[in-house]
Ligand binder design. Sequence first.
Ligand code: SF4
Ligand code: SF4
Ligand code: F3S
Length: 338
Amino acid sequence: MTKENTLLSHLQTQGVSRRSFLKYCAVTASMLGLVPQEAKLLAHTLAVLPKPTVIWLSFQECTGCTESLTRSYDNSIENLILNYISLDYHHTLQVASGFAAEHARIQAMANASGQYVVMVDGSIPLLNGGAVSTIAGQSNLQMLRETVADAALVIAVGTCASFGGLPMADPNPTQAVSVQELMARGEIATKPIINISGCPPVPEVITGVVAYYLSYLEVPALDDYGRPQIFYGKTVHNCCSRLGHYEAGEFAQSFDDEGARNGHCLYLLGCKGPTTFNACTTVKWNGQTSYPMHSGHGCLGCAEPNFWDNGSFYSVLNSAPASGDGSTCTVPVIPTLP
Ligand code: SF4
Ligand code: SF4
Ligand code: F3S
């Protein structure tokens, strides 16, 4: 590997200073809950990281997951890393099309057999043998099966790929399933899999998980739904800016009443924050600008299985915790680039 082929050299050609890169690593390490010694290792490993082979497959999706990443905020290191890792094949971002695109995928699989990462957004339809959604003459199921066969890791990006999401909602007209469901049924090879749920997921969570895997070549601790505990270990309610009002019993009664304007809790307006596990209130959105409840709308529960069918977006939860869990809400400081 030449120095020119490393992640750090790639970022430097894009105008990212070494200092900014190290700040990014420090923030990522803090999000991942790493101790200082591990943070140093992460920075070193990422700096000398050769271009990893990542094949990104998009099936029954709305492109929201990719949009979330590419429009996270201008010229972020996250975007630059995404560009760096995903050049081999990405339905939405790649320049190549037709035979050239498929050739790139096959070539990438052959060159990095047993080592590449497959990232998937969207669910996989099984209706009519999968014929309802095809790419290059292959059903989504065939393409996923072929691509996963020699992969080292599969990352399901978004609630559609993780749990079926919107395409799987009742009456599930295409018989959509998630990636992990296909593994459970033996339809595709069983590989280590990480679910990064959310509709879409927080961009920094996606790149944070990728950075972790590339640095340690292992899967972080997962919860019962296959999501990294470091990002999905707490409910969004736990670190919500309206939590104090929740605990004080101060609730907005409508979206435009005095309480809502004063930041009161949106629980009575159907907020699903108390039962939704995600990093929205810690990592936040749009360059740490905000998150749904901060902007005045309740959480829809988009990171949880069956959130569309559970619906009731504006109905009060059947039960809710008395308060947050009392743990500290660490809010990482995302560095700005020069
Ligand atoms: Fe779109 Fe949401 Fe599915 Fe992502 S998870 S592809 S944003 S519907
Ligand atoms: Fe925030 Fe919703 Fe919890 Fe209220 S119920 S504190 S708005 S997450
Ligand atoms: Fe989704 Fe709730 Fe976050 S709707 S974006 S998990 S606040």
